[in-house]
Design a protein around this ligand. Structure first.
Ligand code: ACO
Length: 311
C-alpha cells in the first residue's frame, strides 16, 4: 500500500496537481511544509513589532490610520498561515511554543531596528516588495492550503508595498532633511532585504528537494535577482540611491549585477546575534503571557456553549 501511495503522490506532483490535507503525503514533505509555513507564520507576527514601534509617532492621523491597518493585516496573515499549518496536523500551541523557545525560526529581516519614520516607508517598499517577489510563486505551491492562503496575502502585501513607496516618495521630495532620512533608511534596509531570500543556492539546504516537491518554484538566487531588477528603476523614480557601488546593468545577462552580500551577517542574525533578536522574542513571549486570560476566557466560553448552558 505504501508504494501505491507514493506512486499516487508522485503522479500528482508530475501532473502539477494540488496536495490536500486528507491526501497521503511523504513524512518529509509534511515536515518540510511545517518548517517553512511555521517560519512564515512566525515572521508575519514578529514582523508587527518593528512597524508598531512607529504607530504612536506617525506624523499625521492619515499615516497613523494606514500604519495601524497595515500592522493589523500582518496579524491576519499570521493567522491564515497558522491555520494552514494546522491542516498538517500540528497544533498552534506547539508552533508558538517552538517560536518562543527558539526551535523554529522567523525571518532574519525583523531583527533590525526601525530608527526613524522613514524606516516604515523602507520596510513597505523593500521588505514587503521582497516578500511579494518571494510569495507570488508560492500561490502555485503544491500544497493547497498554503497556496490558497498566499493569494490573499499577496494582494494585501501589494497594497503595503505601495504605501511604503508612496511614503518614501513624499519624504524624498520633501525637505532636504526628509530626503536624507529616506536615503538613510534605504541605505540600512537594502542589504538585509536581499538576505531575506535566503542563502545562496549552493548553500541552500532545502532548495533542491523543495523545488522537486513544487513547494518552491524558483531558487533563492533567482528570486533575489528578480527583486534587484525590479528595484533599480523604482529607486530611480524615487530619487534615491541603492547603496551598492557594484550595481550595474549587464547587457549580456539581461540583469543587473550587484555587489557581494555579507553572508556572515546573515548567519549571525540566524544564530540570534542580530541587533534586535533578543528584544523581538522577549516582547513576543510577554505578549503571549499577557494574552493568557483572553485564551482562558475564550476556552471557558466555548466549553459553556458546548455544554448547552446559556451564556
Ligand atoms: N531568515 C531566517 N531564516 C532563513 C532565511 C531568512 N531570511 N532564509 C533561509 N533561512 C533558513 C531556512 O529556514 C533554513 O533553516 P532550517 O533548516 O533551520 O529551516 C536555512 O536558513 C537554510 O535555508 P534554505 O535551505 O534556503 O531554506 P528554504 O529552502 O526554506 O528557503 C525561504 C528559505 C526562501 C525563506 C523559504 O523558506 C520561503 O520561501 N519561505 C516563505 C516566505 C517567508 O517565510 N517569508 C517570511 C518573511 S516575509 C514577511 O513576513 C513580510
Amino acid at each position: 500500500a505504501a508504494s501505491t501511495h507514493q506512486a499516487r503522490f508522485d503522479a500528482a506532483m508530475a501532473a502539477d496537481e494540488r496536495i490536500e490535507p486528507r491526501d497521503w503525503m511523504p513524512d518529509d514533505y509534511r515536515a518540510s511544509l511545517v518548517r517553512q509555513m511555521a517560519q512564515h507564520a512566525h515572521s508575519e507576527i514578529i514582523g508587527m513589532q518593528p512597524e508598531a514601534n512607529w504607530i504612536t509617532r506617525a506624523p499625521s492621523l492619515r499615516r497613523k490610520a494606514i500604519l495601524m491597518a497595515k500592522v493589523q493585516d500582518e496579524a491576519g496573515h499570521g493567522l491564515y498561515l497558522y491555520s494552514a499549518t494546522e491542516t498538517l496536523g500540528v497544533g498552534r500551541d506547539e508552533l508558538l511554543d517552538k517560536l518562543h523557545s527558539g526551535r523554529q525560526k522567523y525571518s532574519s529581516i525583523f531583527n533590525y531596528p526601525t530608527l526613524t519614520w522613514a524606516d516604515v516607508g523602507a520596510i513597505g517598499w523593500l521588505v514587503d516588495g521582497a516578500a511579494i517577489t518571494n510569495q507570488v510563486p508560492l500561490c502555485r505551491c503544491s500544497y493547497g492550503p498554503y497556496a490558497r492562503a498566499m493569494v490573499r496575502i499577496c494582494k494585501e502585501e501589494s497594497f503595503h508595498q505601495r504605501q511604503g513607496y508612496e511614503l518614501l516618495l513624499a519624504l524624498s521630495q520633501g525637505t532636504p532633511a526628509q530626503h536624507e532620512m529616506a536615503q538613510d533608511a534605504v541605505d540600512r534596509w537594502w542589504w538585509p532585504s536581499l538576505m531575506m531570500f535566503g542563502p545562496p543556492d549552493d548553500a541552500s539546504a532545502h532548495s533542491a528537494q523543495s523545488m522537486a516537491w513544487k513547494i518552491k518554484r524558483h531558487s533563492n538566487d533567482e528570486l533575489r535577482q528578480r527583486f534587484v531588477d525590479i528595484c533599480v528603476p523604482q529607486a530611480e523614480a524615487l530619487g534615491l540611491t541603492l547603496p551598492d557601488p557594484d550595481l550595474r546593468w549587464n547587457e549580456e545577462r539581461g540583469h543587473h549585477d550587484f555587489g557581494a552580500i555579507d553572508w556572515d551577517e546573515f548567519w549571525q542574525v540566524l544564530k540570534g546575534n542580530g541587533p534586535c533578536n533578543e528584544q523581538r522574542i522577549t516582547q513576543r513571549r510577554k505578549a503571549h503571557e499577557d494574552g493568557a486570560w483572553v485564551r482562558e476566557a475564550a476556552a471557558a466560553h466555548a466549553a459553556k456553549r458546548a455544554s448547552g448552558r446559556p451564556g
